[in-house]
Design a protein. Structure first.
Length: 345
């Protein structure tokens, strides 16, 4: 990368297909430094902005030959990882952005900084081949393959990096009777009925990356393009906006969730696992995992074309940063009950 001026957590656990987070008119991939002082945000103009979180001012700009789709930091802040629109995953030294290593043809991946582990997967022979990567060196340390027909659709990595939690691509089934819900079925019950009678099923996977084994739980539930898949205690959350998110209980039962925000752009589990955090343009909702009314704070929508939330970062002082594709960062201060938008340029 070449500097323009002098001088990454998106929930790092989730699957990251390159097209999913590609900036379509603004900011896309982003990452907060471990010390909370610097936010890196990549734009569709092939620039990575270095933003001082104390002032929310751009203090440096780094040119990228391709569009940065996803950015994250190592746990100690010494490395910055960038996945670009050419499916190239590159690790840079944070101090001077010199290249340390790269991996080509990365379409789907999950990352946990604390575990120093990157997991990449691709479809093979009806299943998925999973490569376990040492995040420090870029070297492949292990390969695990799921059997046919357990091809991964979306996945998230456990905090310790030893388990990949996944859902397979949906498959047609003759075991479900296709029916439409009656007029008297409303709300979340209507969505559950549809799922149980749509003629599609999936499997929920628990892949032990150390032992190389796969546990598969068949389910009436199926969906795709999840924002966040994460274990919280004995539960596993599969989150996306709208009517499709769900939680898998310790008993193996699937419970669909009502996020109360059917038009949201992005949703993830908070770092402490207590809330679902959902973005809708310049507005952010905090929804308790245990139930209850959400808290929503935000700024006015931009005029013209709609603005999308790309994800969140969490400052040490409790403030939440919402990054949007409208070239804005919205700072949510829950203690003060305020939201402030800062343009990035």
């Amino acid at each position: 990368m070449k500097r323009i001026a002098a001088a990454i957590a998106l929930s790092a656990s989730l699957a990251l297909p390159a097209a999913a987070n590609l900036p379509t008119g603004g900011l896309g991939g982003f990452s907060l430094s471990p010390d909370g002082t610097t936010l890196l945000a990549g734009g569709d103009n092939r620039v990575i902005y270095m933003i001082d979180t104390a002032t929310m001012e751009v203090k440096d700009r780094i040119w990228s030959p391709t569009m940065p789709v996803w950015i994250d930091h190592s746990a100690d802040g010494s490395l910055v990882y960038v996945l670009d629109s050419d499916d190239l995953l590159t690790a840079y030294a944070a101090a001077d952005m010199s290249k340390k290593w790269e991996i080509q043809r990365v379409r789907d991946m999950a990352f946990r900084p604390e575990a120093q582990r990157i997991v990449i997967w691709k479809g093979v022979s009806g299943g998925s081949e999973i490569a376990v990567i040492d995040a420090a060196t870029g070297g492949q340390v292990k390969t695990v393959t799921t059997p046919e027909p357990l091809a991964i659709e979306s996945a998230g990595l456990s905090d310790d990096g030893t388990t990949l939690l996944a859902i397979t691509r949906q498959q047609k089934t003759e075991d479900e009777t296709k029916e439409k819900p009656g007029d008297d079925v409303k709300g979340l019950e209507k969505e559950i009925f549809r799922k149980k009678h749509d003629g599609y099923v999936s499997s929920l996977l628990k892949i032990d990356l150390e032992a190389g084994t796969t546990e598969a739980l068949p389910s009436w539930y199926s969906a795709s393009n999840f924002d966040d898949i994460r274990a919280v205690g004995e539960q596993v959350f599969y989150l996306k906006p709208g009517s499709d998110p769900m939680v898998l209980g310790a008993d193996g039962e699937v419970t669909m969730l009502d996020l109360q925000r059917t038009n949201g752009d992005y949703v993830e589990i908070s770092p402490d696992g207590s809330e679902m955090v959902a973005g809708d343009g310049g507005k952010v909702s905090f929804i308790p995992v245990t139930g209850g009314a959400p808290l929503t704070l935000g700024v006015e929508d931009l005029p013209g074309w709609f603005e999308k939330t790309q994800g969140f970062e969490y400052l040490p002082d409790g403030k939440v940063l919402a990054v949007t594709d409208g070239w804005r960062i919205v700072v949510i201060d829950r203690a003060a009950g305020t939201a402030t938008a800062y343009p990035v340029y």
